[in-house]
Design a protein around this ligand. Structure first.
Ligand SMILES: *[C@@H]1O[C@H](CO)[C@@H](O)[C@H](O)[C@H]1NC(C)=O
Ligand SMILES: *[C@@H]1O[C@H](CO)[C@@H](O)[C@H](O)[C@H]1NC(C)=O
Ligand SMILES: *[C@@H]1O[C@H](CO)[C@@H](O)[C@H](O)[C@H]1NC(C)=O
Ligand SMILES: *[C@@H]1O[C@H](CO)[C@@H](O)[C@H](O)[C@H]1NC(C)=O
Ligand SMILES: *[C@@H]1O[C@H](CO)[C@@H](O)[C@H](O)[C@H]1NC(C)=O
Ligand SMILES: *[C@@H]1O[C@H](CO)[C@@H](O)[C@H](O)[C@H]1NC(C)=O
Ligand SMILES: *[C@@H]1O[C@H](CO)[C@@H](O)[C@H](O)[C@H]1NC(C)=O
Ligand SMILES: *[C@@H]1O[C@H](CO)[C@@H](O)[C@H](O)[C@H]1NC(C)=O
Ligand SMILES: *[C@@H]1O[C@H](CO)[C@@H](O)[C@H](O)[C@H]1NC(C)=O
Ligand SMILES: *[C@@H]1O[C@H](CO)[C@@H](O)[C@H](O)[C@H]1NC(C)=O
Ligand SMILES: *[C@@H]1O[C@H](CO)[C@@H](O)[C@H](O)[C@H]1NC(C)=O
Ligand SMILES: *[C@@H]1O[C@H](CO)[C@@H](O)[C@H](O)[C@H]1NC(C)=O
Length: 695
């Protein structure tokens, strides 16, 4: 019972699928009419019964006994149909080969008469071809013919030894071709050979026959061996025109009941030559304009035929589609338009006098509130009077260069609004000690290297961190006015919030590259172990330097090892180098973090490792762009999402974990005399600050 039930279910599903599948394809034939004969689709006005076709001229007979079943024009039994085009009002047919032989056992028709009824061979699209030694092919037009008939097209191919005849060109020896510049409908063609009546037995034995056939221009390429194995069964496509009606569009439209463009989304075009017209679906629609429901909207978005850039939203509507940019981006979203660029808010930073508050917020810049210390200053955790937790970065007063870094960071961050970039809430530059106020992000990623005492980052989380970081960097590199290069990409600068969302931080070293320059020459900055080797030598700054550093971060996520560690044996000190040699020797799994080996499948690890390897190419130009990297990682993440459940981490657990290990966004710890800053805290006369409300 169970088996039968599931069988039935399967059948139902198949039927449902079939309905769904056929529903998306607009019908090409009249309702209840067979749509295909063999491999050939027969669209109305053609049809395989009288009711299914416009009239008997468009009637098709399907010869089921042939393999594959082959359609023929009903009234003209010799003419098989290869293809019918609604778009061009043409059909490809094949006509028999006429053969004239001087050896009795080789028979064949040497004269073939054709009547295409209302159809015509398309002028200038077909050729007459003749094969043979001293053979001729002749075409006679029978339309309006009276009295003595003369050929209207002729071609002659004369004898030459096969060896001296040009191999591939059909130019008069053994083969002859000529264009057909007439619209033939009723005609015959004839083949004859040995037209000079030479008594040359050897030659006649070698070339006993002459052949004549019609073929679509470009559909046949001559080869000398064909002369010896051409048979009357060979088929060559010929293009013919068809049209409906006997009047122009203008006249035809006057009589709605006989007007044949039945679809509401279709238009009429006069046939280029001769009487009648064609119907066409409006642009953005597709199907059969001769049927009332025939033209249906093309869903460009689903079919991926749209021109919306990656990262924009494509929306389909009848006949048209539109592209729109994601929140935070602007532009027309089109590939050949402006695309989507990060939106630049003129300035999110509003200056508010607030002074005392920051001092209070950090408990007068108390040591217990220090989150981290670095080359550029100290970061404090602060709790504002509205209970909002912020991070406050205080410059080291001693170094005037630091002020420049601060201004740099402030200008950059005030232009950026991205969920994976740490948010600048306010700043203060007019004080002696510049301050920057950020959203507070508890940093958990550093514990990747500290697995003994910390949360094990799952493979899924690592992949997410990688993807989000790549996304943020791709965003920075595509900034509207000019690309922003971070210059100090490292795990320590990737913060994680409670939801394990990655946030790229520390833009002190970053640079904006004006659009008219592709690279800048600047002082080498960055962190050992992450530094682009090319940049190290050239001091040329490009986006590809960030790509390299990101590659190192990827390797860290894969291996759980630090980028640079003097505790490791010399050959393994530099992780990027170690990784590269492991990859080359096919020993990737030896260095992958054992914690994730069980979780991730090897294919994914390989994919990510390959991306990392690509990012770590010595030559910047060989590295992918951050956009490419982000897209590849997103692809892998999508697969990952379906494979693993979301991690279930309550905020309480995260909190406890965070308390256990102090967080820092700074990797270099240097001796900052915090007290001197403390004592000078009342120099904070005015503080620039704003609370732009969340995201
Ligand atoms: C029929 O002709 C069209 C247009 O000339 C061509 O694109 C198509 O390939 C042809 N089909 C066959 C079966 O020769
Ligand atoms: C025709 O006859 C000739 C000689 O009688 C023979 O060599 C040739 O094979 C025959 N051809 C065919 C197609 O039967
Ligand atoms: C045949 O005659 C008809 C009527 O006179 C004319 O419209 C048509 O163009 C002629 N066809 C040819 C091929 O001359
Ligand atoms: C053709 O040539 C052969 C000898 O090569 C000869 O026997 C024969 O009579 C000739 N036939 C004609 C019709 O001239
Ligand atoms: C003749 O034979 C050659 C070699 O087998 C083949 O490539 C060619 O297509 C044949 N020609 C025809 C017209 O069948
Ligand atoms: C069928 O219709 C076409 C155009 O609508 C016309 O040219 C042709 O003569 C018609 N054929 C018959 C048999 O009525
Ligand atoms: C319109 O077309 C129908 C069907 O072909 C025909 O019966 C009718 O006479 C035509 N009307 C006019 C005004 O030509
Ligand atoms: C086509 O347009 C006519 C008149 O506007 C309308 O009555 C008919 O329902 C439409 N048909 C379809 C298939 O949309
Ligand atoms: C996409 O743009 C190209 C060039 O601008 C155009 O030819 C093509 O039709 C467009 N495709 C769509 C689906 O709009
Ligand atoms: C966009 O424009 C460029 C040149 O202007 C052209 O080469 C490219 O094919 C176009 N792309 C699309 C999708 O239209
Ligand atoms: C974390 O995710 C929850 C649920 O999606 C959301 O409500 C909360 O605002 C997020 N917290 C942060 C800090 O983004
Ligand atoms: C997460 O864990 C809590 C407590 O263990 C449980 O109640 C909850 O259903 C879990 N949520 C998910 C999505 O698994």
């Amino acid at each position: 019972m169970g088996v039968q039930y599931s069988k039935l279910l399967l059948q139902l599903l198949l039927v449902a699928f079939f309905i769904a599948a056929t529903k998306t394809e607009p019908p090409l034939s009249k309702p209840n009419c067979q749509q295909k004969c063999g491999n050939v689709i027969i669209p109305f006005p053609f049809g395989m019964t009288e009711a299914c076709s416009l009239n008997t001229s468009f009637l098709i007979t399907c010869h089921q006994n042939l393999s594959p079943p082959t359609p023929f024009l009903q009234n003209f039994y010799q003419i098989s149909v290869l293809d019918i085009s609604l778009e061009y009002g043409q059909l490809n047919i094949s006509l028999p080969v006429a053969r004239n032989c001087l050896i009795n056992n080789l028979t064949g028709e040497s004269v073939i008469e054709m009547n295409l009824g209302p159809f015509h061979l398309s002028s200038n699209q077909n050729k007459l071809i003749v094969f043979g030694a001293d053979a001729a092919g002749l075409v006679y037009n029978l339309e309006n013919a009276s009295g003595i008939l003369y050929p209207t097209i002729a071609c002659m191919s004369v004898y030459a030894p096969a060896a001296s005849a040009p191999d591939k060109s059909c130019s008069g020896t053994l083969c002859c071709e000529t264009p057909i510049q007439q619209r033939l409908s009723e005609f015959f063609y004839e083949s004859s050979t040995n037209i000079f009546r030479r008594n040359n037995t050897k030659r006649l034995e070698s070339y006993p026959c002459g052949y004549t056939f019609l073929v679509k221009d470009g559909a046949y390429k001559f080869h000398i061996t064909d002369i010896f194995n051409l048979s009357t069964n060979n088929k060559f496509p010929v293009v013919a025109d068809w049209a409906v009606g006997t009047h122009t569009c203008q006249d035809a439209m006057k009589n709605a009941s006989s007007y044949l463009c039945k679809s509401n989304y279709s238009e009429c075009r006069d046939a280029e030559v001769g009487p009648g017209y064609h119907c066409k679906c409006y642009s953005g629609y597709r199907g059969n304009p001769y049927l009332s429901n025939g033209c249906q909207d093309v869903d460009e978005c689903n079919e991926k035929t749209h021109n919306c850039t990656e990262g924009s939203i494509c929306s389909n509507s009848p006949g048209i589609y539109s592209c729109s940019c994601l929140k935070g981006y602007e532009g027309d979203g089109k590939n050949n338009g402006t695309g989507c660029r990060p939106k630049v808010s003129s300035s999110r930073i509003i200056i508010i006098a607030l002074m005392e508050e920051l001092s209070q917020a950090t408990n007068n810049f108390d040591e217990s509130m220090v989150l981290g210390q670095g080359g550029q200053g100290t970061v404090y955790k602060g709790i504002l009077s509205n209970n909002r937790i912020v991070a406050i970065k205080m410059s080291r007063i001693s170094n005037p260069n630091q002020v420049e870094h601060f201004i740099n960071e402030m200008i950059l961050l005030s232009q950026i609004n991205h969920r994976n970039v740490v948010k600048l809430l306010g700043c203060c530059l007019e004080t002696e000690v510049p301050l920057l106020v950020y959203e507070f992000v508890p940093n958990v990623i550093k514990h990747l290297h500290n697995q003994g005492q910390s949360l094990k980052l799952t493979w899924k989380t690592r992949l997410q961190i990688a993807t989000e970081t790549a996304r943020a960097l791709a965003y920075l590199h595509s900034a509207t006015n000019a690309p922003i290069i971070h210059r100090d990409v490292k795990t320590a600068n990737i913060l994680l919030d409670h939801n394990l969302t990655a946030k790229v931080s520390d833009f002190g070293a970053s640079r904006i590259i004006p659009l008219d320059q592709t690279q800048l020459t600047t002082l080498v900055l960055g962190t050992l172990g992450y530094l682009d080797p090319e940049y190290f030598h050239s001091s040329q700054l490009t986006e590809k330097s960030d790509v390299y550093s990101f590659g190192v971060v990827l390797v860290e996520l894969l291996t759980g090892k630090k980028a640079l560690s003097f505790e490791r044996p010399e050959a393994h000190r530099n992780l990027a180098v170690h990784f590269h040699s492991s990859m080359q020797e096919g020993r990737l799994l030896n260095i992958v973090d054992s914690h994730i080996i069980d979780e991730a499948n090897v294919e994914q690890l390989m994919d990510v490792a390959n991306i990392a390897n690509h990012c770590l190419r010595l030559k910047g130009e060989e590295r992918p762009t951050m956009k490419d990297v982000a897209m590849e990682l997103e692809g892998i993440s999508v697969v990952e999402k379906h494979q693993w459940e979301k991690i279930n981490l309550s905020s309480e657990e995260t909190e406890n974990f965070l308390k256990a290990i102090p967080s820092s966004s700074f990797s270099i710890v240097d001796g900052v005399n915090r007290r001197s800053i403390n004592s000078g805290s009342n120099i904070l006369n005015r503080i620039s600050f704003s609370l732009s409300g969340g995201r």
